[in-house]
Design a protein around this ligand. Structure first.
Ligand code: ZN
Ligand code: ZN
Length: 418
């Protein structure tokens, strides 16, 4: 099923060159189907993301020029031969029903849908996973993109879906930053260590009870203060904003009283966060402070309790980890979705042992979280519609990278046809 012959020969793309801060607009060939599981997507909008800046700054161990970008919304224009109504029922159902013309959103990494990790839901670590916008897979700051393992990877926007009523720049959040924000919050909230605060039953009783263990303690019952969750959020870039919304949304559903301290060194980002958080009036949101790092340390000390039950780290630098560690209480969970690089962790095994600290790291399973992230987007459209700050033509990419890197611009989306 393909109409690849109808595709143009060339397209406009943003390409990265080593060693750093060198992105160029170029005309390159339009991709073609190379494998039966491929789809070619004509892109409508493409995102510029904080993790694009790691390569931009020369922080990753890569030297090959490549097409940038890993967030896109578009329409299918060509499909490989695996896409047929006679596709095996043991494969993703998309192989049997995805058609040319369908509207799709793509997670920022591909996932086959067929391997052990995909079956477990850990799609970020699919054995054949590829990252868009890397030397291994040309990216989406382009007019067309080839999607390998497309039946396992793509999210189909069904004509009957509530997503059809949401503007494309907000749908684009589903490619990476909204599920990643949800993921970093979930890694903390779903951890058994938070169960005493969330349920009122002391450790080791767990909320799910799947280990079938009960607490055995002579301690006094938990107080209301014990059951007020305290959370730090380090980093108020676009993913940090999504993490804040995901956290508030989820704790409202759970009816858990919470105090949150959100930290960023950049006053522009703090103001943006304030404009989003002020849209919430949840009764369980006892306090939400948006502060710089020094103010955060003072505030958390004043709260007592030895620090926050959980800190979400959404930056990806040793400095952010040091701050996060400093805000954390004994038995705390440091949940990180920052794209960390080669430097060693800024705390020792002894420090971790002496505080019973938990570290949660890594890439979000965007494909597996798509239904939850879609529900979050539909529920919190008002707040989330403020995350994307501007839509600019792809031809403005060089300026957009510069201003996004400096923190002057927030989340940028490219209209690849303007
Ligand atoms: Zn991204
Ligand atoms: Zn897989």
């Amino acid at each position: 099923m393909t109409n690849a012959n109808a595709l143009p020969q060339t397209q406009l793309v943003v390409k990265w060159y080593p060693p750093r801060r060198d992105v160029r607009l170029e005309s390159v060939p339009v991709p073609r189907v190379l494998h039966p599981d491929d789809a070619i997507v004509k892109i409508d909008l493409a995102g510029l993301c904080g993790s694009d800046l790691h390569a931009y700054r020369g922080l990753e161990d890569i030297s090959q020029p490549h097409i940038c970008g890993h967030e896109f919304v578009g329409h299918v224009v060509a499909l490989g031969e695996s896409f047929t109504p006679f596709s095996s029922p043991s494969r993703s159902s998309l192989y049997g029903r995805l058609c040319v013309g369908d509207k799709v959103i793509s997670p920022f990494t591909t996932s086959c849908g067929d391997c052990h990790f995909c079956r477990l839901g850990f799609t970020a670590r699919c054995v054949s996973s590829l990252l868009f916008g890397s030397p291994a897979l040309p990216g989406a700051q382009a007019q067309y993109v080839r999607v390998p393992d497309a039946g396992g990877t793509l999210l189909l926007v069904e004509p009957s879906s509530p997503l059809m009523a949401i503007p494309d720049q907000n749908l684009l959040l589903l490619a990476d930053i909204l599920p990643t924000g949800l993921f970093v919050a979930m890694q903390a909230l779903a951890h058994p260590k938070l169960s005493p605060v969330l349920t009122g039953r002391p450790w080791p009783a767990s909320e799910s009870g799947f280990l079938n263990v009960e607490a055995s303690t002579n301690a006094a019952p938990l107080t209301q203060e014990d059951r007020t969750l305290t959370v730090g959020l380090v980093g108020l870039g676009p993913v940090g904003l999504c993490a804040a919304v995901a956290l508030i949304d989820r704790l409202d559903i759970l009816s858990v009283p919470v105090r949150i301290v959100a930290v960023d060194t950049n006053p522009i980002r703090r103001n943006k966060a304030q404009s989003i958080i002020s849209t919430f009036s949840n009764s369980t949101l006892e306090e939400f402070h948006i502060v710089d790092p020094d103010e955060a340390r003072v505030l958390v000390r004043e709260w007592g309790g030895g620090g926050c039950h959980a800190v979400l780290e959404v930056v990806g630098t040793p400095l952010a980890l040091t701050l996060s560690h400093g805000l954390l209480a004994p038995y705390g969970i440091l949940s990180s979705c920052g794209v960390h690089q080669a430097p060693a962790l800024p705390f020792t095994g002894r420090e971790m042992y002496n505080s019973n600290m938990t570290l949660e790291f890594g890439r979000c399973n965007v494909r597996s979280l798509s239904v939850s992230a879609t529900g979050l987007l539909v529920r919190q459209q008002g707040a989330l519609s403020k995350v994307v700050e501007r839509i600019v033509p792809l031809t403005n990419a060089v300026e957009a990278y510069e201003r996004f890197e400096s923190g002057e611009w927030g989340k940028v989306v490219f209209n690849v046809w303007a």
